[in-house]
Design a protein around this ligand. Structure first.
Ligand SMILES: [Mg+2]
Length: 373
């Protein structure tokens, strides 16, 4: 039996090239995003195996994730890294006072992802293969070119570039206070890329129920792959009504921070496509639990953000999924993911297939270690 010998936790701030705005900024609820906070966990064992995982937070919460991981992390030393469920539970008990969702479990996500990375690396398999892959590549769409701070000509140019780079679909942000402006941008992009390219929209929770229904009816003929987050993330009933009223599929789930919250969404038939985020729900262990429930309910899967993790999880989902392309995290890692013919290729490197870059070390703002180096 192997034992966890050493754990290093780091808090890393990734700066973004330009301030990012979605509908939450245009409705005045949030400020443009200029950086993303990452929590990295690097775990090493007595037998010389190692794994790296991460969690993240946008706008606020990064220091809290790091602080919680720092408090409970010492419990890892001496545990068998193979027993991921048991290890996870021990960390949950160590932090039981702050609950089983949100920041508390997002802090554990980095550790959980590192343990899965370690297990797959030790087996000499990509994580997708360790979990049981259904495919070697996953349909992919680009999000980063379609934000609302970008003028429409830039959105069109970036869509062209994404398609040239082998990315299969294009998603643009909507949900502005003036819906007519959303419809104009959407029509311009559809005309630019043609009818055959998969196209999605994302309102980032900024409509009320009547506005979402009005938008959905107005775009029914455009053949969108989905309408994402039309309503407040916790309005399961409203999403269910929309999903029943529209032919266009409804997608949501990225903001939910536990399995229990996703169960509510699944049971309410609130979405056709579920969009869990492994770091946000507490790691790969809880993600797998809710993905099983989603498959059982007949839902499609399109995980949110963090393609470096979600490519593997989507490859191991029974129904044909999508993975979201964001190049933002590239500077943190030495490796790059390949896109070809509209799909993202699962790397054949063991584990997640990523190592931390020198740049990532330079952006480290705090770190702590437990155990023997
Ligand atoms: Mg979204």
């Amino acid at each position: 039996m192997d034992r966890i010998r050493h754990v290093a936790l780091s808090s890393v701030t990734l700066p973004l090239d330009v301030p990012i705005s979605d509908a939450k900024v245009l409705t005045g609820r949030q400020k443009p995003m200029t950086e993303i906070a990452f929590l990295f966990a690097e775990i090493a064992t007595e037998d010389g195996h190692s794994g790296t995982g991460f969690s993240y937070s946008k706008r606020a919460g990064g220091p809290a994730q790091y602080a919680h991981a720092k408090e409970v992390g010492e419990n890892l030393i001496g545990q068998d890294p193979s027993d991921i469920g048991k290890v996870y539970e021990s960390l949950l008990w160590a932090g039981a006072s702050v609950g089983r969702s949100g920041v508390a479990t997002q802090a554990l996500a980095a550790i959980d992802v590192a343990l899965w990375d370690l297990k797959a690396k030790r087996a000499g398999l990509p994580l997708a293969k360790l979990l049981g892959a259904y495919r070697d590549s996953v349909r992919t769409y680009n999000t980063s070119g379609g934000f609302l701070h970008a003028p429409i000509e830039e959105v069109k140019a970036r869509a062209t570039q994404s398609l040239a780079d082998g990315i299969g679909g294009i998603k643009i942000k909507v949900g502005q206070p003036d819906m007519k402006e959303d419809l104009r941008r959407l029509a311009a992009v559809r005309e630019h890329i043609g009818d055959d390219v998969p196209l999605m929209v994302d309102a980032n929770q900024q409509w009320d129920r009547p506005s979402a229904l009005r938008f959905g009816r107005a775009v029914e003929e455009l053949g969108l792959v989905w309408i994402e987050e039309p309503l407040d993330a916790y309005d399961a009933e409203g999403h269910a009504q929309l999903a029943a009223a529209l032919d266009t599929p409804i997608a949501t789930g990225e903001m939910l921070s536990s399995v229990a919250e996703h169960v509510r969404l699944i049971e309410a038939r609130a979405a056709d496509i579920i969009q869990p985020d492994a770091p946000r729900v507490g790691g790969i262990t809880p993600f797998l639990r809710l993905a099983t429930l989603a498959d059982h309910a007949g839902l499609q899967l399109a995980p949110h953000f963090a393609m470096e993790i979600h490519l593997h999880l989507a490859a191991a989902y029974p129904r044909e999924p999508w993975v979201e392309h964001f190049e933002w995290l590239n500077p943190l890692f030495n490796e790059r993911l390949e896109t070809r013919d509209g799909r993202m290729i699962v790397p054949d490197r063991p584990g997640l297939g990523f190592t931390l870059s020198e740049q990532c070390r330079k952006w480290t703002v705090d770190s702590v270690a437990f155990g023997r180096a």
